[in-house]
Design a protein around this ligand. Structure first.
Ligand code: B12
Length: 211
């Protein structure tokens, strides 16, 4: 069994060799612990964030941490996705909101949604509300998922929900990312929020079934 504390620590120390070794071990053991490994990696990313705040790490370290996390997701991907649906695919929008360039969490959520039968229109990063409204209108989208990790992203999420409402669109909005919580969700006016990609999948499946 993999030592998840050691994995979190290695991620926080940006020790690529140890991170990859432990992740390969998770996969060699059948991949059942992939969600736990993901949690450990995220814990390590929190350490990276803390060290950045304390001035011990610099932007270059954040970039490197981002690459490390993307690599981790690649290794774990096959074990993280929970099987594919063969029924008709529901099309939905996913993106990182305006002013926010972080996309690692978004990409994890995307993989999970696709593996669960969604046709995900990924609009990328730093996406303004107008583009989301335009696309939702043009494509007849009923579900919009917004990602953001900067505190600033909460304002962009609010502006997006307001723009969707002002355009009279009948869409469900789910928001996610580190600064999102129940209070932020209520303030933003979104229909649901999540940190866990599995909760995202379950919520979107319920909405797709209702539509
Ligand atoms: C890697 C990283 C970067 C990389 C990003 C690379 C990339 N391709 O994404 C780079 C170097 C580009 C970067 C840049 C910056 N960063 Co940065 N970054 C990080 C770091 C270390 C990790 C983020 C991450 O990927 N986490 C791992 C993923 C998997 O977690 P997640 O995004 O939360 O996603 C999970 C869930 O939230 C959920 N989820 C995610 N999206 C969605 C969407 C939906 C719909 C749902 C339901 C769920 C969901 O699912 C995911 C899986 O569980 C964080 C620290 C931290 N602890 O988060 C700082 C952090 C986010 N960055 C920070 C800062 C300050 C910056 C910069 C301003 C630095 C600078 N001076 O230039 C810039 C900002 C650029 C911009 N405009 O966006 C601060 C933000 C502070 C704040 N409160 O606003 C943090 C918190 C670091 C810190 N503690 O100071 N960063």
């Amino acid at each position: 069994m993999v030592d998840f504390e050691a994995l979190a620590e290695a991620m926080g120390e940006l020790d690529e060799d140890t991170v990859n070794e432990l992740l390969e071990q998770v996969m060699a053991e059948g991949g059942e612990d992939a969600p736990k490994a993901m949690e450990a990696c995220q814990k390590g990313m929190d350490t990276v964030g803390k060290l950045f705040e304390e001035g011990e790490y610099f932007v270059g370290d954040l970039i490197y941490a981002g690459e490390l996390m993307t690599g981790a997701v690649k290794i774990l991907k096959d074990a993280l996705v929970s099987g594919s649906d063969s029924g008709p695919k529901t099309r939905m929008i996913l993106c990182t909101v305006k002013n926010d360039l972080h996309d690692i969490g978004k990409n994890i959520v995307k993989s999970m949604l696709e593996a669960n039968g969604f046709d995900v229109l990924d609009l990328g990063i730093d996406v303004p509300a107008e583009k989301i409204v335009e696309t939702a209108k043009a494509e007849g989208i009923k579900i919009v998922a917004l990602s953001g990790v900067l505190t600033l992203a909460l304002d962009s999420m609010k502006a997006t929900v307001e723009a969707l409402k002002a355009a009279g669109l009948d869409v469900k909005v789910i928001i996610g990312g580190a600064p999102v919580n129940a209070e932020a969700c209520a303030n933003i006016g979104a229909d649901e929020w999540a940190h866990s990609p599995q909760k995202t999948v379950d919520t979107c499946k319920n909405w797709a079934a209702e539509a």
